[in-house]
Write a protein that binds this ligand. Structure first.
Ligand SMILES: [Zn+2]
Length: 58
């Protein structure tokens, strides 16, 4: 186990800095986060409806 060298957990590039994600990937994630969240929510809603479950009544 080499804990001295961290790697970006997104692209696997070594030395991502203080975080576990390198600045490039962090920027990408932040930039795409808004669009992705919308898309994910859409997909999740569709999945839930497909499954026939109601998250509001849980
Ligand atoms: Zn990265």
């Amino acid at each position: 186990m080499t804990e001295q060298k961290r790697r970006c957990m997104v692209c696997g590039k070594p030395d991502p800095g203080e975080d576990s994600i390198c600045p490039v990937c962090k920027a990408l994630i932040r930039g795409e986060a808004l669009d992705h969240q919308k898309q994910i929510k859409k997909d999740a809603d569709r999945e839930l409806h497909k499954e026939g479950s109601d998250p509001l009544k849980k």
